[in-house]
Design a protein around this ligand. Structure first.
Ligand code: SMG
Ligand code: MG
Length: 369
């Protein structure tokens, strides 16, 4: 396949409600989309970077620039390219995994559409639907949190994830556990908001029978996660720290993590995500699919990934209406707590280019050889 042009779109997607984490509050998702034209058809990819570099060092402007100046020229000069060649092709560019992953997604989509194969089949999916959890942001009050959680329970979500930070942890978790009862899965995500000094404090979470505690400490601080995992019974799960298969294996072997959150954007694409899945399966480590408030474009591919056999915990793969009033694709609708895995070629969805245009934050930029 030869890539003829790469168009970068930037879209402002209003969220149905603000999403607050330990590092910030979002009311609109600023999304970078990649539209690839090749000699065998079109492909779309979504970049998971946020508007500000607060979840990771990558952010939308940076991704757009590294694609435009460094990655697109490599892709546009390749005479024949497949998704599996991209790790090598992009090797001269250090890091910038979210930018690379957006291009990888678009190449995969184009390649699979052209050959009539679904993303799910290509990645090795074994299920036709996936169990879904929902990630619940920090609320102004516990009462508002409980109302929001009740809404998700009523909608059928299979597990609840609460965002926590110092000052918003033990009490909200206690009240949510009381509300939802002992049987529904509950977990927490701190997005690096704690330090090693908080280990004893975090131990208080053990009484709530959580599925896991996600990324309490800095992404580069594997040692503190090892320390925590030694003293609490709640499983420790890494998100931000896991950027490659090598780091995943190292963190598992050191005892820093016994469950892994896999986000394709964070690890450089769907193929690296599958490699991490395989490494985890080989070591008996369960994985689940994380989320980055994706539109239907990224969600379709995440749902395909979440259908692989090692994804044994519900993911942050929620329905379109948890995020957006109108999605950029046909909506993903929850049914009995599950989303159906798309079956069409490539990601299987149809991009609503009218809406991409209508919500555009900038004029699309088309890059050619
Ligand atoms: O896509 O439902 C979603 C969001 C899931 O909590 C979520 N993501 O650290 O796991 C995480 C966060 C990162 C995104 S914050 C904008
Ligand atoms: Mg997380």
């Amino acid at each position: 396949m030869r890539v003829e042009s790469i168009t970068l779109h930037r879209v402002g997607m209003p969220l149905v409600r603000p999403f607050e984490t330990s590092f910030g509050r979002e009311t609109e998702r600023d999304v970078l989309l990649v539209e690839l034209h090749t000699d065998s058809g079109v492909g779309w990819g979504e970049c998971v970077a946020g508007a500000a570099p607060n979840y990771s060092s990558e952010y939308v402007d940076g991704c757009a620039q590294v694609i435009e100046r460094h990655l697109a020229p490599l892709l546009l000069s390749a005479t024949a390219v497949q998704a599996r060649d991209l790790t090598g092709l992009f090797a001269p560019v250090v890091g910038h995994r979210m930018a690379k992953a957006a291009l990888e997604a678009a190449v995969l989509d184009a390649e699979l559409r052209a050959s009539g194969i679904s993303m799910a089949t290509f990645l090795g999916a074994e299920r036709t639907e996936v169990e879904c959890g929902v990630s619940v942001g920090i609320s102004p009050t516990i009462d508002e949190l409980l109302t929001e959680v009740q809404g998700y329970v009523n909608a059928g979500y299979r597990r609840i994830k609460l965002k926590v930070k110092p000052g918003w942890d033990i009490e909200p978790v206690r009240r949510v556990r009381e509300l939802i009862g002992a049987d529904l899965g509950l977990q927490v995500d701190a997005n690096t908001a704690y330090t090693r000094d908080d280990i004893a404090h975090l131990g208080q979470l053990d009484e709530f029978d959580l599925l896991l505690i996600e990324q309490p400490f800095d992404e580069e601080d594997i040692a503190s996660h090892v320390e925590l995992a030694r003293v609490i019974s709640t499983p420790v799960c890494l998100d931000e720290s896991i950027v490659s298969v090598g780091i995943a294996i190292d963190a598992i072997e050191r005892g820093a993590t016994s469950i892994i959150n896999i986000k394709p954007g964070r690890v450089g694409g769907y193929l690296p995500a599958v490699a991490i899945h395989d490494a985890c399966v080989g070591r008996g480590v369960p994985v689940w699919c994380g989320g980055m408030l994706e539109t239907g474009i990224g969600r379709a591919m995440n749902v395909a990934l979440a259908a692989l056999p090692g994804f044994t915990l519900p993911g942050d793969t929620s329905a379109s209406d948890r995020y957006y009033r109108e999605d950029l694709t046909e909506p993903f609708v929850l049914s009995k707590g599950r989303l159906a895995v798309p079956t069409g070629p490539g990601s299987g969805i149809t991009v609503r280019t009218d809406l991409v245009q209508q919500l555009a934050l900038m004029r699309p930029r088309t890059l050619r050889p």
